[in-house]
Design a protein around this ligand. Structure first.
Ligand SMILES: Cc1cc2nc3c(=O)[nH]c(=O)nc-3n(C[C@H](O)[C@H](O)[C@H](O)COP(=O)(O)OP(=O)(O)OC[C@H]3O[C@@H](n4cnc5c(N)ncnc54)[C@H](O)[C@@H]3O)c2cc1C
Length: 330
């Protein structure tokens, strides 16, 4: 049993996540380069239907593992399952998303398999001349791009940043093989006890899926100010994010924090409102296609990072912007 490239999928509500579709696109390209099959690993309960979608997205073989979904499980259990699967499948390249799961599992899987791992990549390819894996990732807060090459027998583990690649388009006429892996005894890897699960109600679009993000910082001053940002996000069909300050202050949920300790986002448009532009924040948004900054301090560092800047109090600027966009949309 072997797959040249193995995508570790993430399934949400029975469907492939956007990140998984992007990984399938990357996987197809790599598999084509080395003329080897593209495999996809699907772990969880009631996953057969999702397997059909994964085939339509380009998998030659879908490996199914009937096990607890990640959210009901622990990173240790999940890593143990993926490690066992990889030992059977022997892929050259294992692709993860730079998501909560990918961040947890990819490095510990690398340790278990004795494999190389490169996190947070925005590009991945195989050099046709040397056969080396070429990985691209932003460094120094997005101010430079590093290119790593990995050679040798592998396996190589790569975690891809969300929205750095186009998503694979489904082709319902594609056919693929379904292989059930019987992986038992993974429970012994269990070191963490899940005490409680709290499902957060996400209103509107998820951060990783948003093409437009309106992000607020310490300058917003309180939870009321975020309502002004929500109105702008709504007319633009986007999502609201924040720097660490509003999250620490409890004005917004910490799940929308962007930056070094939050999410890394790559929308088409990132509107930074009342944000100073600290490096720990910019790490999370510097690869946005366009950054627009709104800040009352003309010397704020964010203006050096932005494509367009508006100097002014956000309480005046943002509602005016929202109204102007509404007029254009009429
Ligand atoms: C290890 C570590 C990890 C970190 N990780 C993260 C991370 O993941 N994400 C993150 O964001 N930060 C992170 N930080 C914190 C980071 O260093 C900064 O402190 C933080 O990003 C600052 O947030 P801010 O720009 O919103 O707030 P501030 O620095 O308080 O800036 C507020 C800005 O709002 C402007 N302003 C004020 N009032 C108005 C108004 N009415 N209208 C318009 N503009 C106004 C001000 O001019 C100022 O520029 C981390 C720090 C450390 C040490």
């Amino acid at each position: 049993m072997t797959a040249g490239i193995l995508v570790c999928t993430e399934i949400s509500d029975g469907r492939a996540t956007t990140m998984t579709k992007e990984l399938m696109q990357a996987g197809q390209k790599l598999a084509g380069r080395i003329n080897r099959p593209l495999g996809a690993l699907v772990i969880g309960k009631n996953i057969r239907e999702a397997a059909g979608e994964i085939v339509s997205l380009g998998a030659d073989t879908v490996y199914l593992v009937d096990a607890p979904a990640f959210r009901d499980s622990s990173p240790d259990v999940y890593t143990a399952i993926v490690a066992r699967a990889c030992r059977e499948i022997t892929p050259l390249v294992i692709l993860f998303g730079q998501t909560d799961i990918g961040r947890d599992v990819a490095p510990s899987l690398a340790a278990q398999l004795g494999a190389a791992v490169t996190m947070d990549c925005v590009g991945v390819d195989i050099d046709p001349q040397t056969g080396s894996l070429v990985q691209t990732r932003p460094v120094y807060g997005g101010n430079a791009t590093a290119i790593w090459t990995s050679g040798g027998p592998g396996p190589f583990i790569v975690a891809m940043r969300p929205r750095s690649l186009p998503a694979a388009e489904p082709d319902r006429n594609r056919t693929g093989e379904l292989v059930t892996l019987n992986i038992a005894d993974y429970e012994s890897a269990h070191r963490i006890e899940l005490v409680e699960t709290r499902t957060e109600q996400i209103r509107g679009i998820k951060l990783e899926d948003a093409k437009t993000i309106v992000s607020g910082g310490g300058g917003i001053g309180g939870p009321e100010g975020f309502k002004i940002l929500e109105e702008l996000a709504q007319v633009l069909g986007g999502a609201v994010a924040a720097t660490r300050v509003p999250c620490d202050e409890g004005w917004v949920s910490s799940s929308i924090e962007v930056g070094q300790t939050g999410s890394i986002v790559t929308p088409d448009l990132y509107i930074a409102v009342g944000i100073s532009g600290a490096v720990q924040h910019m790490i999370g948004c510097a690869n946005s296609k366009r950054i627009v900054a709104i800040n009352r301090d003309p010397d704020a560092h964010i203006f050096q990072e932005a494509d367009l800047g508006i100097v002014g109090d956000y309480r005046k600027v943002v509602p005016a912007l929202t109204e102007a966009i509404k007029k254009i949309q009429k």
